[in-house]
Design a protein around this ligand. Sequence first.
Ligand SMILES: [Fe+2]
Length: 188
Amino acid sequence: MKFYQPLDIPFECFNKDSVMQITENFDPLKFYIWKVDLSVFSDELNTFLESAGCKIFYSELFHTPAGRNLVWHIDTDTPSEIMRLNFVWGSRKHFMQWGTPVKKQYDPNVFPTVTGTVSINFKEHEIKTVESYCINSPTIVHVGVPHRVVNYDNASRFCLSVNIHAGDEKLMFNRAKELFSEYMLGSK
Ligand SMILES: [Fe+2]
């Protein structure tokens, strides 16, 4: 199964300068998750989502320092089909990876996130990598199974991650692929 879908969106989705204002005086050696004000997103993106009965629910900016890995985790407290729309810049040598637990049973290692939700973290040896992808265009990613980020470059990796709701529910990965089908890379 493919856990990602790159897109070719013909309009600007957000204002990068506004997003980067959050990172003022950040320490490039540290990991960060900043909550992003939704005013950074373009009218075109909001209108497109609204036309499909969807809206941006919240957004975060992740920083992965040069040469570092983000731990294996699931974005929710149980495995699911949830997705994010991700935009990545900075590093030129980085991968988002997806994996499966080596053992059927694992001890949930639950952590609160800055947005008030929880994530399950795994130790490196508990997950076997099944897919690896370098995000270099807007990309729908599955975040309901174990995933992580590796940054092999000597530059910081920034990832603007958008959480979308369909009506009052979280948008699911397969539904998101349908929603963005006209913008799928390689579909034309
Ligand atoms: Fe995640």
